[in-house]
Design a protein around this ligand. Sequence first.
Ligand code: FE
Length: 133
Amino acid sequence: MAKIVKSDAQWRKILTPSQYHILREKGTEIPFTGKYYLHGEKGVYSCAACGQELFSSEQKFGSSCGWPSFSAALDAKKVELHEDASNGLLRMEVVCSKCGGHLGHVFDDGPRPTGKRFCINSESLKFEKKEKK
Ligand code: FE
């Protein structure tokens, strides 16, 4: 897969300031405020930076954590996981495999069968309605 590489200045032109902060500077949106936290339509969530399809509404579940939560990515190759030891915690960061944009973190307290909770910033996603995916 061809990776997308852009300079900071190029990303700033494409993204809104809050998208840039989260996707390129590994920011976190304030919990319970994101536009997709309680969003329940059927469709696909793509990377807000590069458009790669990342998550499906089929794997979205109601989580009380304050961010959109998914039990899996559309396919494991869509995301890369990196160890993140910032803020005195050891977490697994979730990154878009195509553009390297920061999406959120993954935790081991999700529903069966995967047991995973991909805790993703709404600002990193763009939803598109689709009947079946
Ligand atoms: Fe991306």
